[in-house]
Design a protein around this ligand. Structure first.
Ligand SMILES: Nc1ncnc2c1ncn2[C@@H]1O[C@H](COP(=O)(O)OP(=O)(O)OP(=O)(O)O)[C@@H](O)[C@H]1O
Ligand SMILES: [Mg+2]
Length: 255
């Protein structure tokens, strides 16, 4: 069992989720029975080797893809039994998603990018603009409102992506290596913003390779070969150094 106190109020509940991909003659069991409970206000970091299934899991939690079996419940809605249209509504309302490569709409301004999720929920243009300005200001990038994403640094683009993900006040913020493509200073700024959101009660599930990011989280889970483990799930007979200890040796001390 991958931790957390199971509760009806948990914003993220995952039960025995399986997902296989079939491409050509090759079958990949990307998720092999994942259980996860994230309690309200918790920040969970997911680490693990490349190809272990981290992004696949995040896609399932975000309703971007569906499992072969098992259930995913987000903000009390069991998204795995919903139609694609219903899932899209839950996504707009309850989920904020931050991708590794920002995924901003390139021919829209920063303000338009942040207003879009609100307009999709039926918020008036005027109110959406007011709230976009407010959130961008809070995230320290109020001055780039009218810029195109291509005019911004990677760190600024990722802060806009965070603003866009947070603007509808989602039940859960899902982030897939949000600092993966940033220089050290930009990564520090993005991490600081995530910390502030967490302090104000935001529930967060984040995939990361960065020990400094994982160290800021409440709980670190390790994905290995499609199975999610806590450090304490590991056998004490396992003489291999744990992944976290291994990573820690290669990282600078925490700031
Ligand atoms: N659309 C797809 N079609 C076929 N195979 C896929 C697809 N998406 C993922 N996979 C496979 O599923 C496995 C898990 O992939 P996933 O992207 O979840 O790994 P990851 O842990 O996020 O890796 P990384 O750290 O490199 O981002 C891999 O073997 C990958 O090749
Ligand atoms: Mg990935």
């Amino acid at each position: 069992m991958s931790g957390g106190q199971p509760s009806a109020a948990s914003p993220v509940v995952c039960r025995d989720v399986h997902k296989a991909y079939h491409s050509g003659a090759r079958d990949t069991n990307a998720l092999r029975g994942v259980d996860l409970d994230v309690v309200a206000g918790e920040w969970v970091a997911i680490m693990g080797p490349s190809g272990s299934g981290k992004s696949t899991l995040l896609h399932m939690l975000g309703g971007l893809d569906t499992p072969d079996s098992g259930t995913v419940t987000i903000g009390g809605c069991e998204i795995t039994s919903m139609s694609e249209t219903q899932r899209a509504l839950v996504r707009r309302e309850h989920i904020g998603y931050v991708f590794q490569f920002f995924n901003l709409v390139s021919d829209m301004s920063v303000a338009d990018n942040v207003e879009l999720p609100m307009l999709l929920l039926g918020v008036s243009r005027r109110e959406a603009h007011r709230r976009a300005c407010e959130v961008l200001e809070e995230l320290g990038i109020g001055e780039v409102l009218d810029a195109a994403p291509s005019e911004l640094s990677g760190g600024q683009q990722q802060r806009v992506a965070l603003a866009r993900a947070l603007v509808n006040r989602p039940a859960v913020l899902l982030a897939d290596e949000p600092t993966g493509n940033l220089d050290t200073e930009s990564a520090r700024q993005v991490l600081q913003l995530v910390r502030e959101e967490h302090e104000s009660g935001q529930t967060i599930v984040m995939v990361t390779h960065d020990m400094r990011v994982a160290a800021a989280a409440d709980r670190v889970l390790v994905m290995e070969d499609g199975v999610l483990r806590t450090e304490r799930d590991r056998s004490i007979d396992d003489t291999a150094p744990s992944l976290l200890a291994d990573l820690a040796r290669h990282e600078e001390p925490l700031a």
